[in-house]
Design a protein around this ligand. Structure first.
Ligand SMILES: [Zn+2]
Length: 113
C-alpha cells in the first residue's frame, strides 16, 4: 500500500464523515417534508406515512453509521499517514527526550551513549 493511496483514503474519509452526517439530517427530515407537502396538497391519505418514516429513520441511521466509521477511520489512521514524530532518544540521567543521534543531552548536558 502506497502512502499516496493512504492519503487519498484519509481525504475521502475526512470528506465522507461530515457529508454523511449532513445526509443523515436530510433523511431524518425527509418524512416530515413528505408529510408537510402531502398535507398542503391534500394527498395525506394517499401515502403510507409510517413506511416513509421507517425508511427515513433507517436511511438516517445508515448515514450516521457511515459517518462514525469514516470519522473513526480518519482519526485512527491520521497519525500514520502524515507527520510522523521524529525519533527521540531518552536521556538516562534526567529522563528528557532528545533528538536521536544527539551527542549530548540538551537539558542536563551529559553525554548520551
Ligand atoms: Zn539529560
Amino acid at each position: 500500500m502506497t502512502g499516496e493511496w493512504q492519503d487519498a483514503k484519509l481525504a475521502i474519509a475526512k470528506l465522507v464523515a461530515p457529508l454523511s452526517l449532513w445526509m443523515a439530517a436530510g433523511w431524518a427530515a425527509y418524512p416530515y417534508a413528505i408529510e408537510y407537502i402531502s398535507k398542503q396538497s391534500g394527498e395525506l391519505d394517499t401515502i403510507d406515512l409510517p413506511e416513509i418514516r421507517w425508511f427515513g429513520l433507517a436511511a438516517a441511521i445508515a448515514c450516521i453509521v457511515v459517518a462514525v466509521m469514516s470519522a473513526g477511520y480518519y482519526f485512527m489512521n491520521r497519525d500514520d499517514a502524515g507527520t510522523q514524530a521524529p525519533p527521540t532518544e531518552r536521556c538516562p540521567y534526567c529522563d528528557t527526550d532528545n533528538p536521536a543521534g544527539a551527542s549530548a543531552c540538551a537539558t542536563c548536558g551529559r553525554r548520551l551513549a
